[in-house]
Design a protein around this ligand. Structure first.
Ligand SMILES: [Zn+2]
Length: 378
């Protein structure tokens, strides 16, 4: 791992400058520098910021240090400093005017001394060279300042290759296929790589590894078809089992559910009737938990925990405790007349929720912890 500081003039960076349009990047520095590498293409250009950068340059004040990555001989890309570099380049490219001493001027009407000041201005740039994992660590460190990249954008810096290009084709454009298919079920902005990250998280979890490992294993693959198919499998499974859509379904851990429950058998007609009833049930505090409850209720003993059912208030429990004089009715039935402390007892639904019992005082009894647990699933 090597990091060296260079001072490079605006003139040298503007040499060979070319903007190839939205998705094709921007180059400079004798065409050797990628000013808008793929992971920064979603970056939003800000004209006010651009003018303030130009103001700094015209005053010959220092800009913060920038970072370039060395990708090979004569091949560099801007890791940090894209907005600042683009601001100066675009001004020189006649894209916007500056205001200087009350005059608004494009580059071609700048007086010579000001023009010279701009093109001879020096950027302070760290060049970084190293292995992929060294670069990734370094990106994470420098990313504290400047245009902030998300974790997934940083991974995309490190694991470039044909696999990533294909993955981004499916997951990273505003109207990408992954978004179109999964939008009702999955939250996330494809531009910020949130759908790609979600897909990678789900497939990595299924394989028991982390996202970085998955990307490292696949980066040289010709395409990302495995990931794309896995995504479709998840969403089609959801659509099959829960054919009626409800808004609460957006953002649930569908990949996790698919991974854990897909071998179970479900009757989608019955599930739908159940869900309609549960959505009306005001004993349920977490309606988002209804879908996981439906997936687990025949397979897990304590599936009601996903519903966050209402519980009795401390005031009600205290009142009932006094009424029972600290005696557990189930202990009493077994011939044990022990007096429990309030902290040793729990509020129990006489008629359980699953049989239509409500969280009302008339349906409350205090049981010792042992008997409450033995009564188990409400
Ligand atoms: Zn008891």
């Amino acid at each position: 791992m090597e990091i060296k500081l260079h001072q490079i003039t605006v003139k040298d960076i503007f040499n060979g400058y070319k903007d190839h349009g939205d998705d094709n990047g921007v180059v400079g520095y004798g065409s050797k520098l990628d000013i808008r590498p793929p992971y920064q293409r979603n970056f939003v250009y800000d004209l006010d910021q651009a003018k303030s950068v130009m103001n700094t340059v015209l005053n010959n004040f220092p800009l913060n240090v920038m970072y370039w990555v060395i990708n090979g001989e004569n091949s560099y890309e801007v890791l940090d400093g894209q907005q600042r570099t683009l601001s100066v380049m675009q001004f020189l490219d006649h894209k916007f005017p500056i205001t200087w001493n009350g005059q608004t001027m494009y580059v071609d009407s700048l007086p010579d001394d000001l023009y010279d000041r701009v093109i001879n201005y020096e950027f302070m740039i760290y060049w970084c060279e190293g292995t992929d994992s060294e670069k990734l660590n370094w990106f994470r460190t420098v990313n504290i300042a400047g245009e902030k990249l998300t974790d997934q954008e940083l991974r995309n810096v490190a694991y470039v290759g044909p696999w990533l290009n294909d993955a981004k084709r499916h997951f990273s454009k505003r109207n990408c296929a992954a978004k179109k298919l999964a939008d009702p079920y999955v939250k996330g902005d494809p531009n910020r790589q949130e759908l790609l990250e979600r897909a990678l998280k789900w497939i990595s979890e299924e394989k028991g590894i982390i996202i970085d490992e998955y990307m490292a294993q696949h980066r040289s693959n010709d395409d990302a078809d495995e990931l794309w198919q896995y995504w479709q499998d998840i969403i089609r499974w959801v659509q099959k089992i829960f054919p009626t859509y409800h808004n609460q379904m957006k953002g649930l851990d569908w990949g996790g559910f698919y991974s854990t429950y897909r071998k179970n058998k479900y009757n989608s007609t019955k599930l739908n009737v159940d869900i309609d009833n549960l959505l009306q049930d005001d004993e349920i505090k977490s309606t988002k938990g209804i879908w996981q409850y439906e997936l687990t209720k025949d397979y897990e003993p304590n599936a009601t925990r996903y519903l966050h059912l209402r519980t009795f208030s401390d005031a009600d429990k205290h009142k009932k405790y006094k009424e029972q004089n600290g005696i557990c009715p189930m202990c009493k039935a077994e011939g044990l007349n022990k007096t429990w402390k309030l902290s040793e007892m729990e509020g129990d639904h006489v008629i359980p929720w699953s049989k239509g019992g409500k969280t009302e005082y008339s349906n409350l009894e205090m049981l010792c912890k042992k008997h409450n647990e033995s009564k188990g699933n409400r």
